[in-house]
Design a protein around this ligand. Structure first.
Ligand code: NA7
Length: 534
């Protein structure tokens, strides 16, 4: 069609994966268009501007590693950088590699349909503009489709209200204001501890408490940054060796292989250490052995009781329906101490459910609260949600959403049979972990595949039915025995606010990142023989 622009590849999304994918495809000499819904680059770090948003992974382990020059140029100011700094970093990357000229902002993709006759994708934006491309690469993120609670009256509130992932670009003042936060996941915890510093009153509506652990953030001065920089090769090597690409390595010992004193000392050391160590560097059986999990849960419960003065409030903050680490552990800085402030109220909405949101506030079964601001930290339609929001259709017009009705099925977490020439970055059933590390691998692998097609004059790359069946079975078998798969969370595909997302699924690859890479490397080394290429 005359009004349709054609590219070798279309990448949806200009976050960490989309930016790097653009850079890599350019090196193959391809024409690429990145279509991005926002007005700037950054993805997660563009959208999530809520107060207190910051890394829970060490800043330097989160950097791109592909450019030595970039590593030499960029200084991190904190061990766990706040969102504005990360967004500055990603803008710096976009400028340094001159990426913007191939990115089209304010461009939300509404549909992508495969054309059997030409082996191309037709891509349509919400405003009706149309594109076509040989390859379609989704860089849409596993946590990018925010969901509001399905509480009656949610649209009726007349004060200011925000979902954390749709935070305004202008500053929001809480000074003297009556603020409500709904949701106590990783986002809610970061928001609450920040808002509590200035709000007149803060009321937290908690449904499920989470096991949180101290972040132990600290500034990085010039001397320390120089040391970190000198250690980059070692650091990235280490991230390639660990289970989930974090700098923390699983303790090879079993919980019951050490004495009670040694175990307690290990827990204390991890609790006092920065970052995810207590989650990612704990005893090897913490997430598979119920008794081991009960011990660490009991340890963290004791910490909560010590830190929260009012013991009735402390009990409400201690999770009762899941063990430590079986959901994503929110990292905190004086989160529990917030509940010692006189102007903070914790409302357990399992005890007193929210009946409705009113024009002036929130009404529970017991009390009618008035607020100036309501913050929805209610999370995302995770992993498959961002795919569901685009009308993606493969061969014969089949919809991806229908294909995945009972849960995602993929080949290596990257391809789906019936959807030729579509490659997913950070899609379902791929290794997530420390995201940029996983992204760099994912992008390099996809670039290898696309480069192979280019070199061999191939126009159609497709996973086979057998390949998808065997990868899906493999991913499911890896999930057996993991306590986290017995718990409702975004990691098991649950979102109480989305129809059809009430049954737990295996949404993530839960094997080790090195095993994942070994498998993908093999496929490439064997000339992608497991795939249908033509
Ligand atoms: P999460 O972890 O999915 O947390 C969402 C929170 O919102 C959680 O506490 C939910 O309670 C709560 N929620 C959701 N819907 C409702 C309704 N209808 N009523 C009351 N409370 C509700 O999302 P986050 O944004 O915190 O974090 C997502 C990931 O982003 C995080 O793990 C990091 O990796 C980055 P529930 O637990 O469902 O009872």
């Amino acid at each position: 069609m005359a009004d349709q622009q054609h590219y070798d590849a279309i990448v949806i999304g200009a976050g960490i994966s989309g930016l790097y994918q653009l850079h890599r495809l350019r090196q193959l000499g391809m024409t690429v268009r990145v279509l991005e819904a926002g007005t700037g680059v950054g993805g997660t770090w563009y959208w999530n501007r809520y107060p207190g948003a910051r890394f829970d992974s060490e800043s330097y382990s989160y950097s791109y590693s592909f450019s030595e020059e970039l590593l030499q140029e960029w200084d991190w100011s904190e061990h766990f950088a706040a969102q504005p700094e990360t967004l500055r970093y990603l803008n710096y990357v976009a400028d340094k590699f001159d990426l913007r000229r191939d990115i089209q902002f304010r461009s939300r993709v509404s549909a992508a349909h495969f054309q059997d006759t030409t082996n191309t994708w037709d891509v349509t934006l919400e405003d009706g503009s149309r594109f076509s491309s040989r390859f379609l690469i989704t860089a849409i993120g596993p946590l990018s489709a925010p969901t509001l609670p399905t509480i009656p009256g949610v649209d009726s509130f007349l004060g200011a209200s925000f979902h954390t992932a749709r935070w305004p670009h202008e500053p929001v003042s809480f000074e003297g204001k009556r603020v409500a936060v709904i949701g106590t996941g990783a986002t809610g915890v970061q928001t609450i501890q920040e808002v509590a510093k200035t709000a007149g009153t803060l009321t937290v509506f908690q449904r499920t408490p989470n096991w949180c652990a101290p972040l132990m953030n600290a500034k990085i001065d010039a001397a320390e940054m120089a040391k970190i920089r000198a250690g980059y090769p070692e650091l990235f090597k280490r991230c390639q060796e660990t289970f989930a690409c974090f700098i923390h390595t699983v303790d090879p010992r079993g919980t019951f292989e050490v004495s009670d004193e040694e175990r307690e000392a290990t827990y204390e050391r991890l609790y006092a250490s920065p970052g995810f160590g207590i989650w990612q560097g704990n005893f090897r059986d913490m997430l598979t052995d119920r008794k081991a999990n009960a011990l660490i849960s009991d340890f963290v419960a004791r910490k909560i009781r010590q830190r929260v003065k009012n013991q009735a409030v402390a009990e409400k903050l201690i999770p009762k329906n899941h063990g430590f680490g079986t959901r994503r552990v929110p990292m905190e800085t004086k989160y529990y101490e917030v509940y010692n402030q006189d102007n903070i109220t914790l409302v357990d909405i399992l005890e007193t459910p929210i009946e409705r949101i009113t024009p002036t506030g929130i009404k529970t079964s017991k009390t009618e609260y008035e607020f100036d601001i309501i913050i929805f930290a209610t999370g995302f339609d995770a992993i498959t949600g961002s795919f569901d929001r685009i009308d993606i259709r493969g061969t014969g017009g089949q919809r991806l959403k229908d294909r995945w009705k009972s849960g995602p099925e993929t080949y290596l977490g990257v391809l789906v049979e019936g959807f030729p020439n579509m490659m997913m970055l950070m899609g379902p059933h791929t290794a997530l972990g420390n995201i940029p590390r996983s992204i760099e691998y994912n992008v390099d692998w996809v670039t290898g595949l696309v480069g192979y097609a280019k070199d061999h004059g191939l126009t159609r790359l497709e996973a086979t039915e057998a390949g998808v069946a065997s990868w899906t079975d493999h991913v499911k078998s890896l999930g057996v025995g993991l306590l986290s798969n017995e718990v409702n969370s975004w990691m098991t595909g649950i979102n109480s606010n989305v129809e059809g997302k009430q049954t737990r699924i295996i949404a993530r690859y839960s094997g080790s990142a090195p095993a994942y890479r070994a498998r993908c490397d093999d496929v490439a080394a064997n000339g992608y023989q497991e795939m249908a290429l033509s």
